[in-house]
Design a protein around this ligand. Structure first.
Ligand code: ZN
Length: 202
């Protein structure tokens, strides 16, 4: 490493700070930058700066956006009256990319975790309740993760919303295909049993 000129070494170190990038990959990326045109390098640098300067949270759903409200919240093609609640912005993107849901979302920005000092006030829960009322929401789909904290947060929200005239549903989660029952964790087993469907007779 010491044989690299300090300017190159600095870029290698910057890349190595990125998640999932080790020293070898960082070196390969830095050498790649050396080999591409100045215009491509400028475009790369500018897109990094743009992400920092232009991306913010949508004031309605709290997803990532570069225009407020975001494209999802302003899309007239999307179903109104139903909200899909997720923990993080990347959950929103994963769900939306799956094409399984064509309504609007609400990002909580975390899970309830009393031991880490995360209570209802640290999440976008009040904003969710305000939306349910203001947007006359008929159904809230709780798409929190299915780990212990996610389940606890979903239960908390279901209790909060039980006073509203809104249907609350929870995404079904099952045992992955090919997975052994005995190696499946308790939360998954519980949800798989609760979410069981009738089977057609042969
Ligand atoms: Zn939005």
């Amino acid at each position: 490493m010491r044989t690299y000129p300090p300017t190159l070494l600095r870029l290698i170190k910057e890349f190595a700070h990125l998640p999932g990038i080790g020293e070898k990959t960082a070196t390969r990326l830095a050498l790649h930058v050396l080999n591409i045109s100045r215009a491509k390098t400028a475009s790369l640098a500018q897109s990094i700066l743009d992400v920092k300067e232009k991306i913010r949270l949508c004031s309605i759903c709290f997803g990532l956006t570069d225009s407020d409200p975001c494209r999802i919240c302003t899309d007239p093609e999307r179903a109104t009256g139903v909200l899909c609640v997720v923990e993080e912005t990347d959950d929103l993107m994963a769900l939306d990319n799956s094409g399984a849901f064509r309504g609007r979302y609400h990002v909580l920005h975390g899970v309830l975790s009393p031991l880490d000092g995360v209570g209802p006030d640290q999440l976008k829960i009040k904003e969710l309740l305000d939306r349910v009322e203001k947007e006359k929401i008929k159904e809230v789909i709780l798409a929190n993760n299915t780990d212990v904290e996610g389940e606890a947060t979903a239960s908390y929200l279901a209790r909060l919303l039980s006073s509203e005239t809104v249907r609350v549903s929870r995404i079904a989660s099952g045992i992955p295909i090919g997975c052994d029952i005995k190696y499946t964790d308790q939360v998954t087993l519980k949800r798989a049993l609760e979410g069981r469907r009738d089977m057609e007779g042969c």
